[in-house]
Design a binder for this molecule. Sequence first.
Ligand SMILES: *[C@@H]1O[C@H](CO)[C@@H](O)[C@H](O)[C@H]1NC(C)=O
Length: 114
Amino acid sequence: MFYHLWSFFVFFVAISIVCGCNEHKVIDAIFRNYNKAVRPVLQQNTTLHVQYELKIYNIISVDEPDEFVTFLLWTVRRWKDQYLTWNPNDFDGCTTLKVTSDLIWSPDIYFLNT
Ligand SMILES: *[C@@H]1O[C@H](CO)[C@@H](O)[C@H](O)[C@H]1NC(C)=O
């Protein structure tokens, strides 16, 4: 019984080391010189393509006499930030990172209530 617990412990530690993606190291490295006020292209003459999607999530109400429809919309914006890249081999195999949107550049596109 003790042997099984011990081997499980060794296995768990080995898995932790192999999968030891250190997000802190990646964030420190890629945000060291990051400026979210700057358009995220390495050469300023590069066009940055932003994909903007509007998805109807729900129809709240339809007012036929006044021809008025109220939707609940979901917006999705996609672009490639050329500064937010890293080599996974340099960071223990980290391939993805989750950060809050206030830390990164985002396109100045807004959908006004019409
Ligand atoms: C963009 O700028 C770089 C450096 O200023 C220049 O070498 C390159 O030719 C430019 N590319 C285009 C498409 O103008």
